[in-house]
Design a protein around this ligand. Structure first.
Ligand code: 13P
Length: 331
């Protein structure tokens, strides 16, 4: 096994998964504002420290995806975040895309930016302690009109270029084509779009000769759109999610991680448990785990409110949620 494959595989240690703590400045500002927390750079650092500095997270987390700013910051323990994570056996990862912008040929769809200076940035991130990376593409469903084949293909090409550059820099790539939960589509439509998106992605990866063994796929679950009024049961979600992945994702990749995408913490936990069971029953070939931002952080943020005196209580609920999500990985 190459180093990259073993790093990628180590992120799937039994009962462990990833925390996505890589909200950009704009997303972190919006997220904190929704809990009544005003944000500047120092408040964002405290926001990161709330989660990264919590004692015992290494029991549940194999890796944490960071935003570039956080790589250079210190926790309240005065250690650089990537250094203190690595010392606790948690692999530091880094979001390397630079966000999205409307696609000129199809302005209602988004294309991810960030390839231009990627090789230079990767060298810096590696020096700063990053061992794996993430690139997020966004796939919007609107009836049978969206996504267009053009946007899915263009995002796949960029994911492939990203993966190739990351591997040649000696880092593990996580490829995230996020099929958005927003919308009024059916779960069947989400399943179809996940499957088609992954199908396109893996054929473009093949054309670009990207080594599959060290890549990780980060995917959405197959859910009825958030505005559809339909509540899916965990068994329904699991059947469609596992079916979509089994028909479109090659067996050789290092593993599959799930995003929470706006589900409640309980939904994201229950659906992960059902997916784990279904994948086992269907003999799915890749290891699976979580890579959640909102579903892991939401309850703690609601308690924290940006106040020092609330840190212990907020960390207790964060650890409780991590324990539940980790337990969902055991069959
Ligand atoms: P959510 O779990 O909040 O969807 O975030 C995961 C992520 O990394 C999105 O890019």
């Amino acid at each position: 096994m190459t180093d990259l494959v073993s790093i990628a595989r180590s992120l799937f240690a039994p009962g462990k998964g990833l925390l996505a703590a890589d909200e950009s400045v704009a997303t972190a500002t919006k997220r904190l504002a929704s809990y009544g927390i005003g944000a500047g750079e120092e408040m964002r650092r405290q926001f990161r420290d709330l989660f990264l500095g919590a004692e015992g997270v290494e029991q549940y987390l194999s890796g944490i995806i960071l935003f570039s700013e956080t790589l250079l910051e210190k926790g309240n323990d005065k250690k650089l975040f990537p250094v203190s994570l690595a010392a606790r056996g948690i692999a530091p990862g880094i979001k390397v895309d630079l966000g999205t912008e409307p696609m000129s040929e199809s302005p209602e769809e988004l294309i991810t930016q960030g390839l231009l200076d990627l090789p230079q940035r990767l060298l810096e991130y590696k020096k700063q302690g990053g061992v794996f990376t993430k690139w997020r593409a966004v796939v919007r469903i609107d009836g049978n009109q969206l996504p267009t084949a053009l946007s899915v293909h263009e995002n796949a090409k960029r994911l492939a270029t990203y993966a190739k550059e990351v591997q040649s820099a000696g880092l593990v790539p996580i490829l995230e084509p996020e099929v958005l939960f927003a919308g009024n589509h059916s779960r069947q439509r989400a399943r179809e779009v996940i499957s088609e998106t992954c199908h396109t992605l893996f054929s473009v990866l093949e054309e670009h000769s990207v080594d599959r063994a060290s890549i990780i796929l980060k995917t959405s679950m197959a859910l009825s759109g958030a505005d559809s009024g339909k509540k899916d049961t965990p068994v329904e979600v699991a059947e469609d999610t596992v079916a979509a992945l089994m028909e479109s994702v090659p067996s050789q990749i290092a593993g599959v991680v799930f995003l929470s995408g706006g589900q409640t913490p309980d939904q994201a936990t229950d659906n992960l448990r059902a997916i784990t069971e279904r994948a086992h029953a269907m003999s799915a070939p890749w290891p699976l785990t979580f890579s959640y931002a909102r579903a892991l952080q939401e309850e703690a943020l609601a308690l924290w409110k940006g106040k020092e005196e609330n840190i212990p209580a907020a960390r207790v609920v964060f650890l409780e949620r991590l324990a539940k999500v980790s337990a969902a990985l055991h069959i």
